[in-house]
Design a protein. Structure first.
Ligand SMILES: NC(=O)c1ccc[n+]([C@@H]2O[C@H](COP(=O)([O-])OP(=O)(O)OC[C@H]3O[C@@H](n4cnc5c(N)ncnc54)[C@H](O)[C@@H]3O)[C@@H](O)[C@H]2O)c1
Length: 354
């Protein structure tokens, strides 16, 4: 029996004359950080959008800006449970999965089921309705990589039984399922391997490095760097990533393998901490804590495929992009700690109070 509960089917909002020339898109994980930005983008592109979320890490306020749009519906549902068969859609984006270590490690078996059972349920829905389906995979499939930068052809170096494995191996299994459904049933699948992405609507306490550092800097707390801080990451601004999602979904020929999406400019974690302190003009000090188990030492996407076949590459530099989550978190924390450039202030304050 379906446990779907419709949270909102708005009647008072603006409806685009019922003419959804871009079709109906389902966004699983639509109330999350990336999912809410994707829902907005799809609505503005002319889609009817259904967000599906169990609200584990997603928030209703992430959807406040589109809640009254007549082309938008939000359904509370856990994707590990069977989906209603009559949910007819043209495109499915599967973003449903907690993405930060404290959240995905809190219930590792549920995380693994989300990637495996959830993917099967959504793939079956795609099969039933002949819909295109997109999977939000991750750079974590490369584990602690021995090849640098990471091209899509690299198979990774992943621990199968550590505390991060529920996420890393779950996402690897999901990739397997997507391409097996494609080969077996001819389903049109698109798989993106996402590298660290940041922007407004990250949660202030979810343990991701960019949000951690900004919130600590704004509060004047110590900035906690795990290990020496010489490990590297690359950081993509959310708008760039969402553009990559849409280009991958709309590519005329579906790539027969996962596609890296991320910013190839590499920073050490110490460089990020120092940039955030400088940017926020914070009095925070940097303190070091032990490195978590299986923390990758380096991360940098090889995006040659996306550049060549999707015409995609990130446009927003970290120095520019940091303004948006900083203003967002500043407003969330009550404001007045940080003075952002005027244009950024206006848009980010709207986000945080929405
Ligand atoms: N943000 C990043 O840097 C990044 C990097 C790599 C991969 N990803 C992937 O992108 C996707 C979105 O990440 P995010 O950063 O927006 O994280 P997020 O935690 O903000 O969003 C995940 C959303 O999925 C929902 N969800 C979780 N389990 C669910 C379930 N079983 N059924 C229904 N909904 C469920 C959550 O409530 C939340 O709204 C995830 O799949 C994540 O693995 C994100």
């Amino acid at each position: 029996m379906s446990r779907v509960k419709v949270l909102k089917l708005d009647t008072g909002g603006r409806r685009r004359g019922g003419n959804y020339d871009r079709g109906r898109a389902l966004v699983a994980g639509g109330a999350g950080f990336l999912g809410s930005h994707l829902c907005e983008r799809l609505l503005s592109d002319g889609h009817e959008v259904i967000a599906l979320d169990n609200f584990h890490t997603g928030k209703g306020y992430n959807l406040a800006g589109i809640a009254r749009d007549g082309s938008f519906t939000c359904i509370r549902h856990d994707i590990i449970d069977a989906l209603p068969t009559d949910l007819a859609v043209d495109e499915i984006y599967n973003l449903a999965c907690p993405a930060s270590p404290p959240h995905y490690q809190a219930d590792p078996i549920h995380t693994f089921k989300t990637s495996v059972l959830g993917s099967i349920n959504l793939l079956e829905l795609a099969r039933r309705h002949n819909a295109k389906i997109f999977q939000a995979s991750t750079s974590e499939v490369y584990g602690d990589p021995l090849v640098h930068p990471q091209p899509e052809g690299y198979f990774g170096n992943v621990n199968t039984h550590g505390p991060r494995s529920c996420y890393d191996e779950g996402k690897r299994s999901a990739e397997t399922l997507f391409f097996d459904y494609s080969r077996t049933y001819g389903i049109d699948v698109r798989v993106a391997r996402i590298f660290n992405t940041y922007g407004p609507r990250m949660q202030p306490d979810d343990g991701r490095v960019v949000s951690n550092f900004i919130v600590q800097a704004l509060r004047g707390d110590d900035i906690t760097v795990y290990g020496s801080g010489s490990q590297t990451r690359s950081f993509c601004f959310v708008d760039d990533l969402i553009e990559g999602f849409v280009r991958l979904m709309n590519a005329a020929v579906p790539p027969q393998h996962p596609v890296n999406l991320g910013n190839p400019v590499e920073f050490t974690i110490m460089e990020l901490a120092e940039s955030v302190i400088d940017y926020t003009n914070s009095r925070s000090r940097i303190v070091h804590r032990p490195l978590p188990v299986d923390d990758p030492r380096q991360r940098k996407p090889d995006i040659s495929f996306a550049r060549q076949h999707l015409g995609w590459e990130p446009k927003v530099a970290l120095s520019e992009g940091l303004a948006h989550p900083t203003s967002y978190f500043d407003a969330l924390l009550g404001g007045r700690r940080f003075v952002a450039p005027r244009a950024v202030q206006a848009s980010s304050a709207r986000e945080a109070t929405a």
